[in-house]
Write a protein that binds this ligand. Structure first.
Ligand code: ZN
Length: 601
């Protein structure tokens, strides 16, 4: 017997109060008492968020009779046994303007299914039908934007129209599918394009006068086509066509913000207004490459993490942390390729690329924590450390994004060199795609285990990288980039970013104060006794105004080796420390082509 679809209904019913009304209808509830739950986290963002805390009211009924719901943990309820359809209604507060949650006001609505759709436990494999009702009608009415396919074109009943009593109906193959397509509703700016014949939609929400959507679409199309052809050089088949008819970029534009979350046929992005081009601008804003890098990153995830997955994510367990030691591959390699595809698609040039790569290398080398934590550990501990960073994080942890990208770079350089340029990391990515990603849906039955990656590199390229993986990813050794670059005719040199003596700390402005954001372990400030979160008051009796520039001006009067008296407030107590200033650090990594011809392999 075919499992009956679980029916979901979503109504943006209180715009001013930011409330969605959600109804779930389960036709054949568990006779022992149906259990339902909301995810504790959203895939791609590795932190327990307890979305159920935004449920304001929840109740159940069957044949118009109230059914008791008993809460059994933070996000799970058990309904009393009932005969007939179980209908559960909830009101969810939606006021989180991030890519991870849900948001609703009079201008638009945005949801991730993980914030609003209860899972009928034991029926995760049932198909789901979603209707969205009660969309505001003002100004021509709100429209819905999502990669979920409408019912009429996906179910067997093709004759039934997508419109059902004036509402819009969407189809999901199962619960995992239902919550992997964020939904935007409102009156955004929209543009469509085809990449390798596949439909793509760009949706921009927020006030953005004169947005140059044509320019953005042209650039994004180049990136998408380059990535599609990379993974499928022969067929140029877009990856998302296994589950959807189109790929959707849902971008929320804000004054200041940055972020993205990947999904199987879409992505939710937050972008800063100043980073987007407007009509008539001859030169795009400086931050535009950052926005395109984000687009490139999330699109690459359509293959790498949404289909090629660590075994620990197959299937996702929505109730608790899903630990994997492989995020350095899924986030790190994606971070390596996001920038590389800006170069390959012609959106940036070689000089910009080397500058960006130099910055990434500098950022990893700036963190003493890389000597303490491996990227494998950092992946495993993402839930409690990378996603819960504090003032000491640079001293204690390493980013599986940044160092993972450098490992990808190191492996790429090594494979190219050792295989005499017959193979590269590209071949490894395509092998991963063929073996794990290409047919991932609908079965969702395979993922990479921790030990098989080095073997896959070897069978694909003939190059043994197991020692490098052990040292770089499972150990805390730095990737030997200087040596590897030299083999390819590129010089990596370290320069001073300025010629001021340094205290080895980072500051941030907090109101009228300059606060020590980070004090690097083993540095001048650390030796002198200063602590992160101290409020800088004066140096040698001179008041420090609340800016990096003000601090620099004071430091410019000194030489390395000079000692200064530093007054700080620690909580509300004035403290005095003596700090011996250090020589300016060689913290700026610069890459350039060697003047002589690159040595042969
Ligand atoms: Zn990512």
């Amino acid at each position: 017997m075919k499992p009956k679809p679980i029916l979901y209904n979503l109504v943006p019913f209180d715009l001013a109060g930011h409330r969605f009304q959600v109804t779930v209808t389960i036709a054949d509830p568990d006779p022992k008492g149906q259990v339902v739950s909301l995810p504790a986290w959203i895939p791609g963002s590795y932190l327990i968020r307890d979305f159920a805390r935004q449920i304001e009211t929840i109740n159940a009924h069957c044949h118009r009779t109230k059914v008791a719901l008993t809460k059994i943990d933070n996000h799970t309820w058990r309904a009393s046994p009932c005969k007939g359809s179980l209908i559960i209604s909830l009101v969810v507060y939606a006021w989180d303007l991030s890519v991870r949650g849900a948001h609703l006001d009079e201008s638009h609505g945005f949801i991730n299914g993980t914030s609003v759709f209860l899972c009928a436990r034991g029926k995760e494999a049932n198909p789901c039908i979603l209707t969205i009702d009660g969309l505001p009608k003002q100004g021509g009415g709100w429209k819905v934007y999502t990669s979920l396919p409408p019912v009429a074109s996906s179910s067997a009943s093709m004759s039934r129209a997508a419109s059902h009593r004036g509402s819009i109906r969407y189809w999901a193959n199962n619960y995992d599918d239902l919550v992997d397509h964020p939904i935007e509703m409102g009156q955004p700016q929209v543009a469509r394009f085809k990449a390798c014949g596949a439909e793509h939609e760009m949706v921009f929400t927020g006030l953005i006068p004169n947005l140059d959507i044509k320019r953005i679409t042209a650039d994004v199309k180049k990136i998408c086509e380059a990535q599609i052809r990379f993974f499928e050089p022969e067929t140029a088949l877009a990856p998302f066509l296994d589950t959807a008819f189109k790929y959707v970029f849902l971008t929320t534009v804000v004054g200041d913000g940055y972020g993205g979350l990947e999904h199987r046929a879409s992505t939710a992005l937050i972008a800063a207004r100043k980073d987007l081009p407007v009509v008539g601008q001859s030169k795009a804003p400086v931050g535009y490459a950052t926005f395109l890098g984000l687009v490139s990153h999330e699109y690459f995830h359509t293959w790498n993490v949404k289909r090629i997955k660590p075994a620990a994510f197959v299937p996702y367990n929505f109730a608790r942390e899903n630990h994997t030691r492989l995020l350095w591959i899924f986030e790190g390699f994606t971070s390596y390729y996001d920038e590389l595809f800006l170069l390959r698609s012609g959106v940036i040039d070689q000089r910009d690329y080397l500058t960006a790569l130099g910055k990434q290398i500098s950022s990893v080398w700036a963190t003493p924590g890389r000597h303490k934590q491996s990227v494998a550990q950092s992946s495993f501990d993402a839930w409690t450390r990378y996603y819960k960073q504090d003032e000491n994080s640079p001293n204690a942890i390493v980013s599986y994004y940044s160092k993972g990208a450098l490992i990808a770079l190191g492996l790429d350089l090594k494979i190219r060199h050792d295989s005499e340029h017959r193979f590269s990391l590209d071949d490894v990515m395509r092998a991963l795609w063929q073996q794990f990603g290409k047919n991932f849906y609908p079965l969702m039955d395979r993922g990479i285990d921790e030990k098989s990656f080095a073997g896959l590199v070897r069978t694909t390229t003939g190059v043994d990288v197991s020692d490098e993986i052990n040292r770089w990813a499972y150990g805390t050794e730095d990737v030997e980039l200087q040596k590897l670059f030299r083999q390819h005719g590129i010089e990596l040199v370290w320069q001073q970013s300025n010629d001021l003596p340094t205290m080895h700390l980072r500051v941030r402005k907090q109101g009228e104060n300059l606060v020590l954001a980070q004090v690097y372990e083993g540095g001048a400030a650390h030796h002198g006794g200063l602590s992160a979160l101290d409020v800088l008051v004066a140096i040698d009796g001179l008041k420090v105004d609340a800016s990096q520039a003000a601090l620099d001006t004071i430091l410019s009067a000194y030489q390395p080796g000079d000692s200064v008296e530093v007054h700080v407030f620690r909580r509300d107590e004035l403290r005095q420390f003596t700090v011996q200033l250090a020589a300016p650090a060689l913290n700026d990594c610069v890459l350039k082509f060697s003047p002589e011809a690159p040595p042969r392999a």
